[in-house]
Design a protein around this ligand. Sequence first.
Ligand SMILES: Cc1ncc(C[n+]2csc(CCOP(=O)(O)OP(=O)(O)O)c2C)c(N)n1
Ligand code: SF4
Ligand SMILES: [Mg+2]
Length: 312
Amino acid sequence: MPTKTSLKTIVKSKKTDSLFSPGHRACAGCGQAIAARTVVNALGPNTIITNATGCLEVTTTPYPESAWGVPWIHSLFENPAAIASGIYAGLKQKKQDKKIKVVAQGGDGSTFDIGFGLISGMWERGENILYICYDNEAYSNTGMQASGATPWGSSTTTTPAGSGKTIDAIGSHQQKKDIIAIALAHGLKYVAQTTAGYLEDIEAKVKKAVATEGPAYIQILAPCIPGWHISSDQAMSLSKLAAQTGLYPLLEYIDGELIKVMKTPAKKIKVEEYLKPQRRFAHLFKSKEGKEVIKYIQTLADNNIEKYKLGA
Ligand SMILES: Cc1ncc(C[n+]2csc(CCOP(=O)(O)OP(=O)(O)O)c2C)c(N)n1
Ligand code: SF4
Ligand SMILES: [Mg+2]
């Protein structure tokens, strides 16, 4: 029997007050999209965003559509900080810089590696611009190559886990770059780290950063579904576990002073709980050498617990 399609079946999208519209093309459950929605809604309408190349840019602005309810500009992978500086200078000239917040944002590849020189310059100039990094710990948009943010032991397409006994078999064997320390070394007014598992924390930190006069940096762990080889309902729980194990602590600095952390639970959560559900770490659970790597990753978490006094 022929099927009839009726115009009545077309559902109009509901009007939303969100400044980040549904219907973008990020993977279902993408940690970055969830975090970005929270960020822009916390920023409010008087905001101009500059965005690096990467998943957030590609999935939210397929020409001629845009998911952003605020002025938003993309130019190149490496230059959202420089574009933000230019916009800020223009706003200052028009005496609008106190009314409109300029925000630059990008992924970890753009922030930690390819755009870093321009970010450093923006920080050196002390401009009142907020920079947000969505850290999914690899170059996701081009197929999960390792970046300066890739953690120890992670299998990526440029650090594939192997079966031999050489160090290459463990996946990535470079330390994740400590951009929080690098931001602090630039003398930033506000520096914070959080994860997509704590949306209220993201909201509070964004509002605080905006209220602070001077350069600010917020880094958000944002799980990537295909890159981490997880299912679309796992981004939030893993983002929470990252913080609760001590591997990716929630931190807040004002004028270089650590003023707030989220304590880890009284009953210690081992890093295995965080690593096991992610297939980028699956190889570590299959060999004696892999188990040694897990022990080493536990020491990284323990060091953070000690360094930032995260213990309950
Ligand atoms: C100068 C330059 N180098 C490389 C690329 C290719 N490229 C586009 S998106 C991307 C990955 C972006 O990674 P990241 O910044 O971590 O953002 P993600 O996609 O992970 O959110 C790369 C390598 C480019 N567009 N420009
Ligand atoms: S590939 Fe990863 S970062 Fe990109 S849209 Fe999908 S889940 Fe998000
Ligand atoms: Mg990335």
